[in-house]
Design a protein around this ligand. Sequence first.
Ligand SMILES: [Zn+2]
Length: 129
Amino acid sequence: MHRLKMRNWQERQAGAMHEMSLCEGIVQILEEQATQQNFSRVRTVWLEVGAFSGVEKEAMLFSFDVVCRGTLAEGAKLEIIELPARAWCMQCAETVEIEERYDPCPKCGGYQLQVVEGEELRIRELEVD
Ligand SMILES: [Zn+2]
């Protein structure tokens, strides 16, 4: 007999919890839209996800599947559109693309950046019946 360390498992669960609640929010929006725009089934959801949104793609797909069960979006497909992050560089006086939150400006190497895009989590389009 031996003991298993479950630390990683817990972390993964905690991570998935975040995506679970995001998906619950999405389903709520779908239900509101269904009433307003008169549809009864959702087939596909195109979701824009910013590079800094903290969303893990795999966890999001898994959670979406689980959360949609028994709702108008049961079996719906989630298409994740990953958006790059953009920041305003004070020195260059223009918007640049960055990969990590504390990256320097790719043009001048400066750190006077202000993130303007990258935290998005929004529904772009729906395929409905
Ligand atoms: Zn710059």
